[in-house]
Design a protein around this ligand. Structure first.
Ligand code: SF4
Length: 445
């Protein structure tokens, strides 16, 4: 790619909204543009190209993008010599409408055109608007070359698939991320090996539903089989993954938790609702009894496995009784932590057509009740760890003061303790002494 001629190298600033998949995509974009001669800008003001990698999974996330565009407009008025690109889910959803609504946007790039971005930027530098939201079926969206981590990085995300075929009735992802597509296992293994050679100790495999990995791979390969291949990579210490769909959580995958030494004892298994009636309206494909059974099997395989989940309150038609069933299931499962949201209509989804909308005030009240309940459960769970020893991979300096370092247990709990910075990047055993809702602290032993 030819880049605009400037005295120094052009700089790109990428602002990321939303989930880990977007963080991974932004990193791939940055590495791609670096290979084209760009360097990373540390602020909007010093950037030649500003890219927003957006999220539309909830209305709030989408609104954040629009208010950021308002801020950038003021900068464009003062300093018009940069290219502004908007990518990701909002770009995919809105396409040409974005340029109509915000004429100062130069590039709109959808979720499937990461590798075409250098060409789009070139076009924008020539003064043309560049909009690409095409979604070729069954294609890998990532540039074929591997990317390198920063030298201080200890853990890394790796996308193993993209898209989703589940069509949960509230979710916009199948519309903006396209059909489910699994990356070639050799590509994944190569990427992980390169990352480990560069010093990465822990990888997190990403996908909308990693449990169904491998359906588009030939010859087909299950997610459990992929984990077994990754587990033998020398130098790799920890493997995590997210997100799992309860309906696709296989016995083979549960066996992996018991058998693979590098697979961390933590699973994020979104429940969404404890009411079978609402689960059916959500098109989730499991009942609360089936979900409970999977939790039972997981705990049979690994008794102290850490379990987290997503809960969506105020789905259209959710009654007080439905909500009470959710509260009761949360209580009986005893999650280590929860991500809790209230329902908002997303464009094009089936649920957005449902008329029995729950009033905003009711949704907020239910959300705060559920948050309160989970705070107590999380604290109790963490207090059970006091006096126990945990293996902690230290990732950086702690926010809890000078001389403190922080890391995570295999169960994904944050642990702070006094320790030399040289410990960062290594694994050590810590005796837990104090528990808070979202973190633990202890002593190196
Ligand atoms: S599994 Fe359901 S909630 Fe998750 S991305 Fe797919 S459609 Fe959305």
């Amino acid at each position: 790619m030819g880049i605009r001629s400037t005295a120094s190298r052009p700089k790109v600033y990428i602002k990321t909204f939303g989930c880990q998949m977007n963080e991974y995509d932004s990193l791939r974009i940055l590495r791609l543009l670096e290979s084209c001669g760009y360097e990373r800008a540390l602020s909007y003001e010093e950037a030649t190209v500003i890219l927003l990698n957006t999220c539309s999974v909830r209305r709030k996330a989408e609104d954040k993008v629009y208010s950021e565009l308002g801020r950038i407009k003021k900068l464009k008025n003062r300093q018009s010599n940069f290219i502004l690109g908007v990518g990701g889910c909002v770009a995919q959803q809105e396409g040409h409408n974005l340029v109509k609504r915000f004429p100062y946007i130069d590039i709109v790039f959808g979720t499937h055109c990461l590798s075409r971005l250098p060409v789009l930027i070139e076009k924008a530098f020539c003064g043309d608007k560049a909009v690409d939201v095409s979604m070729p079926a069954h294609s890998d969206i990532y540039p074929s070359d591997s990317y390198m981590p920063h030298s201080s990085q200890i853990s890394a995300f790796i996308s193993i698939m993209h898209g989703c075929d589940n069509y949960c009735s509230y979710c916009v992802v199948p519309f903006v991320r396209g059909r489910e597509y699994s990356r070639d296992p050799d590509d994944i293994l190569r990427e992980v090996t390169n990352l480990v050679d560069a010093g990465i100790k822990e990888i997190t495999l990403l996908g909308q539903n990693v449990n169904s990995y491998g359906r588009t791979v030939s010859p087909s390969l299950t997610f459990a089989a992929l984990l077994r291949q990754l587990n033998v990579i020398t130098g790799l210490e920890r493997i995590r993954f997210t997100t799992s769909h309860p309906k696709d959580l296989s016995d083979q995958l549960i066996d992996c938790f018991a058998e693979l030494d590098k697979l961390c004892g933590h699973i994020h298994l979104p429940l969404q609702s404890g009411s079978d009636r609402i689960l059916d309206l959500m098109n989730r494909g499991y009942t609360s009894k089936e979900y409970r059974h999977k939790i039972h099997l997981l705990r049979q395989a690994v008794p102290d496995i850490s379990i987290t989940s997503d809960i969506l309150v105020g789905f259209p038609g959710e009654t007080n009784d439905d909500f009470r069933e959710t509260l009761a299931l949360i209580e009986s499962i005893g999650y280590d932590d929860l991500f809790m949201f209230h329902y908002t209509d997303r464009p094009g989804t089936k649920a957005s057509q449902y008329t029995a909308k729950v009033p905003y005030a009711v949704k907020i009240k239910r959300l705060s009740m559920i948050k309160e309940k989970q705070r107590n459960i999380s604290l109790q769970k963490n207090m059970q760890l006091i006096g126990k020893t945990c293996s902690v991979l230290f990732e950086g300096h702690s926010k809890r003061g000078r001389g403190c370092i922080a890391g995570r247990t295999a169960g994904n709990k944050v642990v702070n303790c006094k320790g030399q910075p040289e410990r960062i990047g290594t694994t050590a055993v810590v005796k837990i002494e104090k528990a808070r809702i979202h973190s633990l602290s202890g002593k190196l032993i």
